[in-house]
Design a protein around this ligand. Sequence first.
Ligand code: NAD
Ligand code: MG
Length: 388
Amino acid sequence: MKKRVAILGSTGSIGQNALCVIEALGPEYEVAALTAHSRYDLLAEQAERYQPAVIALTHPDFKPGYEAFSGGFSGSVLYGPDSLADIAVREDVDIVLCGVVGAAGLPAVLAAAGAGKRLAIANKEPLVIAGELLTRRAAENGAEILPIDSEHSAVFQALQAGRPQEVRRIVLTASGGPFLRSGRQEMEEATVEQALAHPTWRMGPKITVDSATMMNKALEVIEAQWLFGLPVDQIDVLIHPESIVHSMVEFVDGSVIAQLGTPDMKTPIQYALTYPERREGVAEGLKLEEMGRLTFEPPDLEQFRALALGYEAARQGGSAPVVLNAANEEAVAAFLEGKIRFGRIRELIEQTLETHTVREHLSLEALLETDGWARNRVRRLLELMETV
Ligand code: NAD
Ligand code: MG
């Protein structure tokens, strides 16, 4: 039976890796849909090569009749942000692979869960914002959520060595990013170029900045809470600069099961597609004899304050992670546009969290309202900064 895959965010780093994997897996896997936000040229190229039934351009500037697809693509073309959710529920889609960045993926992943699809999810932000809602909707509709985030794929694989009640804790590894050995002051003043120079992983700009602040790990702690149904106090973070051990699970008898591999997202993407089977790997194999040593150290929560903020938000629960995520998305966008220094990202998030009163068990509407409130708050703080 063919497995038809919709790739949401196919022009991004995860999306392009997913296309490589599907091509290597052979004819059993088929590209059913592709989407891009604004890179229509690359989307057109992908559409001509993979001939999906449908493609979508999500940026509101693109309107029906846009010229780019006149060439060798004969499927349908959708426009606007709502097209992601429309694609996620289509009958001719078996697996929804979400490689969109940020909260923008939320409606589509909720729709995929509601339609009982296999959801191969790289897009961590929806799990951070609406983990409770998303995992409940998936359970009610028989949808499977398979993590692509490398740490969560590692934990998912390691968990197969025991039963849920036998887990003592999970340990998410973190590379530490480009500023692991920088002084605090140097890190505060870092440039966009320095923040984008990740030592081990090649990823899109937003998650690369998140890795530099370690907000990425903060989001991953909350992501793990929902994916694995564990309280935050059973989720630890360990710095592992070589990015070979992708994460581990410690069981009650003291056994620690880890998953290792090269730092290449094709491995977790492939596993989320082929699970429960394993196939010949697309990524290069691991040569531990060439690695020398693998090292581990605890994170410095004073230097990487974003990680501490993540733990606090996770403990508070309810709307706190929504605010954490939305404030971070806005602050990172401002940093990437050159409007603020690196250290200001964390300050903006902290200032936004400080003025928020946490609410629990929110509906989707209330979650989105909180998300909007936090974004406005950051924009307002940025405006105030410009006027002084
Ligand atoms: P990217 O910036 O390279 O790609 C993002 C994709 O999403 C692009 O196809 C873009 O067109 C689309 N997009 C952007 N804004 C959008 C919007 N508002 N609406 C709809 N589509 C939009 O990002 P990436 O590095 O591939 O990361 C994608 C997601 O996967 C993120 O949530 C990230 O945290 C997660 N992730 C990525 C990696 C990695 O190695 N890149 C690893 C783990 C997790
Ligand atoms: Mg990760």
